[in-house]
Design a protein around this ligand. Structure first.
Ligand code: GRF
Length: 224
């Protein structure tokens, strides 16, 4: 694929940016066919902004605290995103709830990564909750974003065992390794036209309806 055929994307972050880093790395190594047009954070202090700048990617802030409400914030965010004309918007640790109207504008072209095996454990603090629930298995999910928070159709998951003596931090570290594999792979599927979301929120993979999420254990991760 030539450089001009790379899928234009915008990445939204709020913090550390380790998923952003994995996407940048895979794109730089040539196995992820994306052109990262911009990284936008709702928090000025997000470490991920420095990562983007270091990689020569335009990085900007739309600080939600500077707007009168969610509608005004989302209006500014949408304008900034759409000015970049992305074909995919990638939420990578973006910690703001998005309204139904905003999400509908990006139907089928907005992905999120969530640190649990959805539909289990939507919301925050998933690693502590996985331990408290005594789960034997945990992981991460890539899903299309819909108005239902962490409830959109899941396309790919990475699983890890929960081990004796795990703390939320050790478990989070194990899950994060999976996140850094599944997100670039899912984005590459989208970039290469293998994955598609229809108007009824059904996912199609290589032209066939996906009835349950793909599992990284049976996929070939990107070599990056
Ligand atoms: C990740 O665990 C992701 O699944 C969740 O927020 C965290 C972001 O981490 N949505 P990072 O900023 O990518 O390091």
């Amino acid at each position: 694929m030539t450089a001009t055929a790379r899928l234009p994307i915008v990445i939204l972050i709020s913090g550390r940016g380790s998923n952003l880093a994995s996407i940048i790395e895979c794109a730089a190594s040539g196995v992820l066919d994306v052109d990262i047009r911009a990284v936008i954070s709702n928090r000025p202090a997000a470490v991920g902004l420095r990562l983007a700048e270091g990689a020569g990617i335009p990085a900007g802030v739309i600080d939600h605290t500077g707007y009168s409400g969610r509608t005004a914030f989302e209006h500014a965010l949408r304008e900034r995103i759409d000015a970049c004309q992305p074909e995919l918007v990638v939420l990578a640790g973006f910690m703001r709830l998005l309204t139904a109207g905003f999400v509908a504008h990006y139907h089928g072209r907005m992905l999120n990564i969530h640190p649990s095996l959805l539909p289990a454990l939507p919301g925050l603090d998933t690693h502590r909750r996985a331990l408290e629930a005594g789960l034997a298995e945990h992981g991460a999910s890539v899903h299309f974003v819909t108005a239902d928070m962490d409830g959109g159709p899941v396309l790919l998951q990475g699983r890890v065992p929960v081990c004796d003596g795990d703390t939320p931090a050790t478990l989070a570290g194990r899950v994060l390794e999976q996140e850094h594999r599944i997100y670039p792979l899912a984005i590459q599927w989208f970039a290469s036209g293998r994955i598609f979301l229809d108007e009824n929120c059904h996912i199609y993979f290589d032209g066939n309806r996906l009835t349950r999420p793909r599992d990284l254990a049976t996929e070939i991760p990107l070599p990056c």
